[in-house]
Design a protein around this ligand. Sequence first.
Ligand code: CDP
Length: 222
Amino acid sequence: MSRPVPVIAIDGPSASGKGTVASRVAAALGFHLLDSGALYRLTAVAAMRAGIPLDDEAALERVSAGLDVRFADGQTWLAGDEVSDAMRSEAASVGASRVAVHGGVRSALLDRQRAFRQPPGLVADGRDMGSVVFPDARLKVFLTASVEVRAERRYKQLIEKGLSANLESLSQDLRERDERDSRRAHAPLVQLPDAIALDTSSMSVDAAVRFVLDAWEKAKVG
Ligand code: CDP
């Protein structure tokens, strides 16, 4: 029997650097990339635009099942609108973590995520890549960093994009989102026993990418 398409799952809390590391690792290996958080962000943006309350699970499930999304050239379109910046705003971040608590929304997004698993391989980043979406991932990495470092990284990202940001409220938002992601009943953020932990608090992006690529060299022959 042929071996399944390999997956590298990179999970961890907000602003731990998962997105950057995942995209660099995917580029280095020529693998596809799944930014699963984007789907929760887009669900939140679509719901907010339609005036749907973020606690209306049945309506949100319909929104996520019917998301009209297009990813191309580093940009994202939702129902024909370019939303690349809008989906990265703090409102969309908080909204994403609120819609993500609903089991119905999570199930509605499962097939869409698994469809990214195409040869020669996939790097997937999120909260439940190794636990729920790709439990058979060949390599699982749990990427983390201290809240202070993560808040500063997020602050820099937003300022560089010309968006407004406040360090104190960002730290507060991060703590609340960590709490919501870790305590929810469906697919909570956990460090799996078979995941390799990597604390990037005092690590450069280059070093984190190298660490994952080295781990992959070992995992792929196993
Ligand atoms: O960039 P950041 O890590 O802050 O967020 P993200 O990865 O874009 O995810 C936004 C939100 O979506 C998170 O706070 C989670 O609540 C949710 N999410 C999730 O529940 N499961 C995933 N696989 C990915 C994101």
